[in-house]
Design a protein around this ligand. Structure first.
Ligand SMILES: [Zn+2]
Ligand SMILES: [Zn+2]
Length: 105
């Protein structure tokens, strides 16, 4: 049986592969603990070893926004990615983003 330890309560949770989830390497997927009902992220390595990462932002807490460094620089400026859930947010206003896109052309 494939299980992952919940980072919040430490209980073993069964992983449901029915929809092909949790088979993508280097991609974290969200899952809900069957014991404490909290959400956390599960990352998968090539050996299909599963590891649970605490994700406070999935349980009503703030995201942990980190700057994204990439190329072209203008494209990533003002954008941040949450270190817990991988969500990306644009911190620029629509107008500022349009200006940036103009600079890209
Ligand atoms: Zn739990
Ligand atoms: Zn988050």
């Amino acid at each position: 049986m494939d299980t992952v330890t919940c980072p919040d309560c430490g209980e073993e949770c069964e992983i449901n592969h029915d929809d092909g989830a949790f088979y993508t390497e280097d991609e974290s997927e969200k899952m809900q603990c069957e014991h404490c009902d909290k959400y956390f992220m599960v990352s998968t390595s090539i050996s299909f070893y599963h590891e649970g990462h605490s994700a406070p932002c999935l349980n009503g807490k703030e995201h942990d926004w980190k700057e994204i460094h990439g190329y072209p620089k203008e494209y990533f400026e003002g954008k941040k990615r949450c270190s817990y859930c991988d969500e990306v947010k644009d911190f620029l206003t629509k107008k500022e983003r349009v200006e940036k896109n103009k600079a890209l052309q």
